[in-house]
Ligand binder design. Structure first.
Ligand code: PEP
Ligand code: MG
Length: 885
């Protein structure tokens, strides 16, 4: 049996081999092949990692031999040799997953150093201090990453040494100091592992490869994958790259740069570097680096070459790149390029600009922006007119604003976050171990680190506000507080951050509604040109309707009339209506409600003039409008104990009896929806009258209005025919009374499985369908929508019994099957049947795609999600182009 090819030299790979070589590896290969200065190296495939796990965490057969062969090639290409004291070959070993997982995996630099080769490095660089610094870094990283020894143990030695020597920075230590540090490091390793530090470079290499494979399944990697919905079975590749050194003096350095600003999208080189530094120093956030523009003054030739390389890479990949580079004694080396992570604002600007620059098409631009990410821009931000008392200023690392209680520890942030508290994670710097705290927090504030520090990169990826490098705040983890000057802020105090300005403020600050940038509008216009699906909004007030229209809604897909009944001035009348014992009493209450409802509909229909407005007649069980039985019982007891008014007690007791008689065991399956209309036709009659009187008035005033009257919870065509007759009768009456002619349609929600099954029959009466996928999910899965998410859903998703929460992402397999059938059956009866969706899924990108696939006419979602739905609908069309009719 021949073994798989597990190891590829850079010149054997290509960018499109990402699945096999990982993102980093495929790009290193691609860059090598287009002639960029990439240090020679090789890649161990993701397949090797998968086979490693399949073999019970053992190297698969052939991997070691193939690795040794490639080491030989590397030795020939570089003219250096592993373990050779004269010209030692040194390499870095890093992970490289298919989808980039920043900060998730660890890097080992300077592998190949041992007690002999360190002397060789000292001799060939003429710099003992440098060589021993490299060696101690290697032992430290190897100890931490590969051998799993707590890095604090090494750092403590280093700190002691600095104190001992009376210096502040690492680079003030001498070669002799490092030698002593190294001896102590070796002792730590011996003590912790029971074995000496491995001196054989090949043994070091295999141990490091083993560690990278293992790190695919660390706790933090698993959490990151879960948050970003990355499959667990992709495996990681391993990149072995010959070392170049950014710490060989002031003509050396290392940095990271984005070809465009990843926060705003502006077309300027954006990044930072550190002179005389190695590897992870820039991203680790320990020394605050210099902006990239400074490189132009310090090393103009290198800067020029670097900017040219950036342009070339952007053109080649046709996307914004995130590039890691090292300068070794004035020579530029490119260590990595990948499509840069960016905020939603930047994603939009870059996509739209690149269309203008002729780099990508409009369709590509649309698929470049992840609809879910748009949430960031549709969120509220700090009111620019508010008087802010700025406490401190840091770097604006990820836009958006957040307020929350200060928390210094990721575990506590997670705990409080789960309890529903709004928290801000405040740390000197974050590491991948803090990821669960960042997930739970509203935003992140750090006192150290630059725009590419861990906190910044992760927060931007998650769309959370972040201010970093705010060195005015002096954090003391011990006393759980930070100070700004004399001001002390304790854990639990509320602060606000603005990730667009870097401002930190005390307390909560006023926020305002979002506006769409011109690029955002342009992208959405392109989306509108492409998409087939219409996009409507769910709105219950004229204000929401106006907002929806501003965001591009093409109508209202659902007006829930019950929300209008809840208003303070209406509830007593609604209660009177519910508790009426005679028809006359009920009519009396309804006639009081009529003008109020008419006003509601007038406002909404007017705000949406020229566009359809789907108004649903009353849906929830009536007891939702009544006082809570337990609270009433307590009130009565209190009144009795305090010798309260006898009349009042009597009235309350009567009310309690009525409330109890209306209480149901399963109210969601109870007396609600059209069942109310069947038992109390006068309620629906009043609502229909309010709709039509408002319509008539607006038509008379010269507006074009298109009301759609929607009957909820239908399971049987006869329910609909009964109620449609009622509605039609009222419409005719209103036309007659007002002398105004108007158009309207009557249709139904499809939100019960029986309705979906009998959609063909129901369509005989219904002029439109709207999928109420909240109820349809509840009843198809038999999961109570009010309880499932709080009680057991996470067990289902964690155990992967269900891939996603079906109340968030439409369950295509079950609920989707019913929908597809209902669409087909409905249209068989009525080919021009208008079909939409108004459940929460209407604004969720994957569900929107499904609605496109099964041929709905529109999706409807909350006003703030309308732009998301517009983009998702266009993407659905582009992605499913081949399948379209
Ligand atoms: C639904 O069931 O999907 C729906 C939109 O109605 P509601 O959420 O009001 O029950
Ligand atoms: Mg419903």
């Amino acid at each position: 049996m021949s073994t798989a090819k597990y190891v590829y030299l850079f010149n054997e790979g290509r960018a499109d081999m990402k699945n096999l070589l990982g993102g980093k590896g495929a790009n290193l290969a691609e860059m090598t092949n287009i002639g960029l200065p990439v240090p020679p190296g090789f890649i161990i495939t993701t397949e090797a990692c998968i086979d490693f796990y399949n073999a019970g965490k053992q190297f698969p057969q052939g991997l070691e031999e193939q690795t040794l062969e490639k080491v030989k090639v590397l030795e020939e290409t570089t003219g250096k040799k592993f373990g050779d004291p004269k010209t030692p070959l040194l390499v870095s070993v890093r992970s490289g997953a298919v989808i980039s997982m920043p900060g998730m995996m660890d890097t080992v630099l300077n592998l190949g150093l041992n007690d002999e080769t360190v002397e060789g490095l000292a001799a060939c660089t003429g710099n003992r201090r440098f060589a021993y610094d490299c060696y101690r870094r290697f032992i430290q990283m190897f100890g931490d990453v590969v051998l799993g020894i707590d890095h604090h143990k090494f750092e403590a030695v280093l700190e002691d040494k600095k104190v001992d020597r009376g210096v502040r920075f690492d680079n003030q230590l001498t070669a002799e100091d490092w030698e002593e540090v190294i001896e102590k490091y070796k002792k730590i390793i011996n003590k912790e592992t029971g074995k000496p530090f491995p001196q054989d470079p090949i043994e070091q290499l295999f141990k490091a490869i083993f560690a990278v494979f293992n790190s695919w399944n660390t706790e933090r990697a698993i959490v990151y994958r879960k948050v970003h919905k990355i499959p667990d079975d992709l495996g990681t590749a391993v990149n072995v790259v010959s070392m170049v050194f950014g710490n060989m003096g002031d003509d050396s350095g290392t940095g990271v740069a984005f070809t465009r600003n990843p926060s705003t999208g502006e077309k300027v080189l954006y990044g930072e570097y550190l002179t005389n530094a190695q590897g992870e120093d820039v991203v680790a956030g320990i020394r605050t680096p210099q902006p990239i523009a400074k490189l132009e003054q310090e090393m103009p030739a290198v800067y020029r070459q670097f900017t040219e390389t950036c342009q070339l890479l952007e053109k080649h990949y046709r996307d914004m790149q995130d590039i890691e580079f090292t300068i070794e004694r004035g020579k530029l080396w490119i260590l990595q390029t990948r499509n840069g992570k960016r905020t939603a604002q930047a994603a939009i600007k870059i996509a739209v600009d690149m269309v203008g620059e002729g780099l990508i098409t409009k369709e590509e631009a649309i698929t470049r922006v992840e609809p879910g990410q748009l949430n960031q821009l549709l969120h509220r931000r700090i009111d620019p007119d508010s008087q802010l008392e700025v406490l401190a200023k840091g770097l604006p690392a990820s836009p958006g604003s957040a307020s929350g209680k200060v928390v210094f520890d990721a575990d506590l942030a997670e705990k409080l976050g789960q309890e529903g508290e709004k928290v801000l994670l405040v740390r000197m710097e974050t590491t991948p171990d803090d990821i669960h705290g960042i997930v739970a927090a509203q935003g992140v504030l750090t006192s150290r680190g630059g725009m590419t520090s861990h906190a910044a990169v992760v927060a931007r990826g998650m769309g959370k506000p972040c201010v970093c490098g705010c060195d005015e705040i002096k954090i003391d983890y011990g006393t759980k507080q930070f100070k700004v000057g004399d001001l002390v802020i304790k854990e639990g105090d509320t602060i606000s951050i603005d990730g667009s300005t870097g401002h930190v403020m005390l307390g909560e600050v006023p926020m305002i509604d979002p506006e769409l940038s011109s690029e955002f509008r342009k992208l959405l216009e392109w989306a509108d040109e492409i998409r087939d699906l219409g996009v409507r909004a769910n709105a219950d007030t004229p204000e929401d309707a106006a907002k929806a229209r501003e965001f591009g809604a093409e109508g209202i897909g659902l007006t829930r009339t019950e929300h209008m009944f809840m208003a303070q001035d209406r509830l007593p009348i609604v209660q009177k209506m519910i508790l009426a014992t005679t028809l006359e009493e009920r009519q009396e209450a309804l006639s009081q409600l009529l003008p109020m409802q008419q006003d509601d509909f007038y406002g909404i229909l007017k705000a949406m003039q020229g566009l359809p407005v789907c108004i649903r007649l009353l849906d929830p069980p009536l007891h939702e409008f009544l006082p809570n039985a337990e609270e009433l019982a307590v009130e009565i007891t209190k009144l009795k104990l305090t010798n309260g008014d006898a009349e009042e007690i009597k009235a309350k007791e009567k009310l309690l009896r009525q409330v109890r008689s209306l209480t149901e065991f399963n109210p969601m399956l109870g007396h609600r929806g059209c069942r109310l209309g069947i038992t109390y036709p006068e309620i629906y009659a009043m609502q229909a009258r309010a709709i039509f009187q408002a319509t008539a008035q607006l038509v008379w005033e010269g507006y074009e209005v298109i009301p759609e009257v929607e009957i909820p919870l239908v399971i049987e065509v006869k329910e609909l025919s009964f109620l449609k007759e009622l509605v039609t009768k009222i419409a005719e009456e209103v036309k007659e009374e007002t002398g105004v002619q108007f158009r309207y349609t009557v249709g139904t929600m499809i939100e019960m499985p029986r309705a979906a099954l009998l959609a063909g029959e129901i369509a005989e009466q219904a002029e439109f369908f709207s999928f109420g996928t909240n109820d349809l999910t509840q009843t198809t899965l038999g999961f109570s929508r009010d309880d499932a998410e709080g009680k057991f859903m996470h067990h289902y998703t964690e155990r992967k019994i269900l891939k996603e929460n079906p109340f968030v992402v439409l369950d295509r397999k079950g609920v989707g099957k019913l929908m597809k059938m209902a669409v087909e059956e409905g249209r068989k009866t009525r080919p021009d049947l208008l079909i939409g969706i108004c459940g929460e899924h209407g604004g969720e990108p994957s569900s929107v795609e499904f609605c496109h696939i099964i041929g709905l006419n529109y999706v409807s979602c909350s006003p703030y999600r309308v732009p998301i739905a517009r983009l998702a609908a266009a993407q659905a069309k582009i992605i499913n182009k081949d399948q379209s009719k």
